[in-house]
Structures are given as structure tokens and as C-alpha cells.
Design a binder for this molecule. Sequence first.
Ligand code: MEV
Length: 317
Amino acid sequence: MKSIASAPGKIILFGEHFVVYGISAILCSIDKRITATSQFVDDKIIKIRSSLGEFEMNVDSLNNLENVQQKFMKPFFYIAQKAIKENSMERGIEIVIESEIPSGVGLGSSSASCVAVTASVNGLFHRLSKDEVVKIAIQAERTIFEQNSGADSSVSTFGGLVSYDLKNGFQDISSKNELSFIISNSAQVHDTQNVVRQVKEFKDKNTELFNKLCNEEIDIVNNAIISLKENNLVKLGSLMLENHNLLKQIGVSTEKIDFLVKEAKKTAHGAKITGAGGGGCIISLVDDSNKKSTLDNLRKTADCFIAKIDYSGLRYT
Ligand code: MEV
């Protein structure tokens, strides 16, 4: 028996980093997915296969997650071991992870993997609700990234266009907007946890400035919610540029990212970093009038693809 589940990647339209400090972010899941397929194996092992390689561990040695050599694999071993223990299983599990999302570039591939793996592994025993899946997925991600806000896993599980804050969780804010984004990959791979740590250092050294930037972010997010309701792409685009400017000030942009944003600005409604920054991707907001010209220009410097909002979130196959 195989248990298959898939979950979408995400982009953050507004509020990355500030969300870690309680400010609302706006994000959406995108039409690019991670699929996880799980099945029982006779040996008491957990085996994980993905494009990053093949990893195998004995279930008992996983009592201490520190035994996992490859840090990025810890969440998946955590999920599988938890399910095996809770269901008093005497066998092991093999998990295959397949991805349409480039990893380490701010598109939520690790959160989407945690969501898909949680649903797929637990589906071998009984299907979990989305609420149950998201709780475990966030715990799993926190085995390697304690400060993670939970925003990425939430939008990947529930899908759509949402606002998210630490206190209230997520809220659907979509008026079924049909937004189109060009995602351009700087090919500068980042480690989200490191970038979040750098921002904390910046905040601790520049408390007053950081508070001022938080207030500016709150205004941007509030105005963005209004612009989304009105489907005002021009206003939304200019708010994205303002948000990019804040991200520059907290030190998470790079020369290449700024260059891509400058080029995008020539034709798109707006553009900005999406996700942690320190490399990764930018998003450019486009519609039919400027999609081709923006894409043709950005493709001179970066790998690009068009993304639309995914409204389904986690799916069992
Ligand atoms: C990463 O996609 C988004 C950050 O805000 C971190 C987080 O929310 O956990 C940088």
C-alpha cells in the first residue's frame, strides 16, 4: 500500500522577516508542488529518497535526532519516527519526495515537503485533518529552525491567499484574485535560518530603526489588503517596491537581487524579494499587458517561471 500526498510551495507578497516579530504577512501558495509517497518496508528503518540523495536510518537510533547527519533531513525522520512510535509499528517506512520547486531559494520547498511528508506518512495509518497536519509539520520544521513563524507551512497546508500572524494564525483574504507572478531565481542559495539570525542581530543593534521599519511594514500590509480587495495591481505593485526597500534596509537583499528588481520595475507593476532573501528569488507582479516583456527581460539574467495562486493546498491522491 502506498500513501501519496502533495503540498504547494509559496511566495510571500508582503511581510517576510517582520512576521517573525509579530507583524502580519501576506502570502499565497503557488501552482508548483512537492509530492511525497510513503510505504511500509519490512526492516525497522526509515528510508528517504529525494533529489538531494538517499538517506536511511534505523528507527531505534532515531531516539536522538542528533544522530541524523544531514541536518535538512531531520524533519522527515522526526515525522516518520513519531508516526511509527504512536502507532506501535514494528516495521519501517520508505518515503520518496519529488519536487517541482527549486530548494533553498525562498519558495517554501522545505515547508511544503514537511506538509506533504506528514500527510503521506500518517496516511499509512489514518488520514489526518489539515489542522493536524499543519501542527506536526511546524513541529518538524522547528527541529532545524526553531524561530520559524509557521507561515509557510500554514499556507502550504490550506492554500490560497492569506494573511498570517503569530497570534491569530492565518486568515483567508482572497477575493479569488487571479494574480500572476514571474518568479526569478537569482541562483544564490541561502539558508533561511542564517538569514533570520542575521536579521535578529540587526534588530538587536538597531532597535529604534527596526521598530520604525515594523510600523512601515504594518502600513504596507494594511494598504496591500485594501489593494487586493480592489484588485488594484498598480497600487499593489508600488507597495511591493516599498516592501523591497524595507527588506534592503534590514540587510537581506544582494546586488543581484537588487539588479533583478530594478530590471523588473521597468515593465512589471512591482517586484521584491520573496522569502528570507540573502539570495533566493524575486517575484514580479504582472498581467497580460506586461507579462511577456517582463519575462523576456528577466530571462537575460535569471531562470524564470510564471506562478499563479494555488487554491487547494494539501492534497491526498
Ligand atoms: C521564510 O520564508 C519567511 C521568514 O519570514 C521566516 C519565517 O517566517 O519563518 C524569513
